[in-house]
Design a protein around this ligand. Structure first.
Ligand code: SAM
Ligand code: SF4
Length: 440
């Protein structure tokens, strides 16, 4: 019987979700069980994001709100992990004195030691810049759905897009060696995992640091041979590094799902250059054409930033024009948030808040309309769905995802969870689709 309880809250991207798999695995191997409320917890960990100011402000608010609880229960430990921790290091303790310990994404294996030290006073991780994959095993992670896991294939980022904090906090690109990855994924399959999502800030350069050429396509070809793994997804792709050769090789693989997340960020060539993205609008559109020609039924999504320093209304309209041209099923859209220490934060021509927010609101409205129209086209079609969970709004329903990553809700019971079924789409509600079970 475990005597201690932890609550883990994760903000931000899928890398953080993957780190959460490891943090949970370590805590559960110690004397800890997981709980859902702050009041029950002996240890509260925030796994943070620093990509936008908004994410940081939310975290600060959440931690400050724990001051009263900490006064009532002085033995409660509060920890901050993830990108914001790596960025601020001991500054985190100065800003939020109720925090007991702070550690970065490359300190996760040190968690048992940090816990011991935190009981004696404030503790800090080593905050090593360069991540390694040592010590990460399929047994050492906890996945919320036993049939689906995230797999980090490459850590860090060496691109230094001018707006982005990630290379400063996550360090340079380090690929996980191919043989090591194959073993890890085989171990996951042996545990019953059927679907994996390969993760990296730029998966397309997987293996480059190990001397591989088209290493990403090679990795996917190797995973195709692993028995038990049925579906493979990946993100994020960098448009500059996704070659036609890779697309053609991937198109031959049955397990790789038709879901491509291809962030374009801005539609104007001048802004793309200022962002240091390394491609033009024309090159990006050629990539979209290549993907659509080689991957039938592909679903496309993207990331967009509007209101980058000096962006004019005409340049913003080039972004609008691009989403109208490509017609993504979905998009993550943000207004530019200056990140201290990045090149763009010190550029002249920062735009007022109202301009950035107004552009974002207009962009969201247009993309939502496109998304709804694309969803309607799916009505009547039948998709294979991997059932994930019972639907929270209706106990007689379950939901799962199609190969294209679309969420589908339909009538069914919990015996379907973890199984592949066929579902015909009947109705569409923005991003979520609902349908009826055709075949178990
Ligand atoms: N590596 C991925 C790529 O290159 O597309 C994405 C990494 S980043 C964590 C996720 C998204 O956050 C980016 O694609 C970008 O749209 C957005 N983002 C990053 N820095 C930002 C900033 N300073 N302001 C607003 N959005 C930002
Ligand atoms: Fe940030 Fe660019 Fe690296 Fe993506 S590729 S993580 S946007 S620096």
């Amino acid at each position: 019987m475990k005597t201690k309880k932890f609550l883990l809250t994760t903000f931000g991207c899928q890398m953080n979700q993957a780190d959460a798999q490891r943090i949970k695995g370590i805590l559960l191997s110690l004397d800890y069980s997981e709980v859902d409320t702050e009041e029950e917890a002996d240890l509260i960990i925030f796994n943070t994001c620093s990509v936008r100011d908004h994410a940081e402000q939310r975290l600060i608010g959440r931690v400050r709100s724990l001051a009263a609880l900490k006064r009532l229960k002085p033995e409660l430990l509060i920890a901050v992990a993830g990108c914001m921790a790596q960025h601020l290091k001991s500054g985190m303790l100065k800003m939020l004195p109720m925090v007991d310990f702070v550690f970065g994404p490359n300190d996760i294996e040190e968690l048992p030691e940090l816990l011991k030290r935190a009981k004696l006073g404030h503790a800090l991780g080593k905050f090593l810049k360069k991540g390694a994959f040592d010590g990460e095993t399929a047994d050492g992670i906890v996945i919320s759905r036993p049939f689906s896991a995230m797999v980090n294939i490459i850590r860090g980022c060496t691109n230094f897009c001018s707006y982005c904090i990630v290379p400063y906090v996550r360090g340079p690109e380090v690929s996980r060696p191919l043989e090591d990855l194959k073993k890890y994924i085989k171990d996951l399959a042996a545990k019953g995992v059927k679907e994996i999502t390969l993760l990296g800030q730029n998966v397309n350069v997987y293996g480059k640091d190990l001397g591989m050429k088209e290493g990403f396509a090679t990795l996917l070809e190797e995973i195709e041979q692993i028995e038990g793994i049925e579906w493979v997804r990946f993100l994020t792709s960098h448009p500059r590094d996704f070659t036609l050769e890779a697309i053609q090789r991937i198109s031959k693989l049955k397990k790789v799902c038709e879901q491509y997340h291809l962030p374009f960020q801005a539609g104007s060539n001048r802004i793309l250059e200022a962002m240091r993205r390394g491609y033009t609008r024309e090159k990006y559109l050629e990539l979209i054409k290549n993907v659509r020609e080689n991957i039938p039924g592909v679903s496309l999504s993207t990331d967009i930033i509007c209101g980058f320093p000096t962006e004019t209304e005409e340049e913003f309209q080039e972004t609008v024009d691009l989403i109208k041209q490509v017609r993504y099923e979905s998009a993550y859209m943000y207004y530019y948030s200056p990140r201290p220490g990045t090149k763009a934060a010190s550029m002249e021509g920062q735009l007022p808040d109202e301009v950035r927010k107004d552009r974002l609101a207009r962009l969201i409205e247009i993309q939502n309309q496109i998304g709804r129209e694309e969803s309607v086209k799916l009505q009547g079609k039948t998709f294979e769905v991997l059932v994930e969970s019972e639907a929270s709004r209706d106990a007689s329903h379950v939901y799962g995802k199609t190969r294209t990553g679309r969420v589908v809700d339909f009538e069914g019971d919990s015996s379907l969870i973890g199984k592949f079924v066929k579902v015909q789409i009947e109705q569409t509600r923005n991003w979520t689709l609902s349908g009826k079970l055709i075949k178990r």
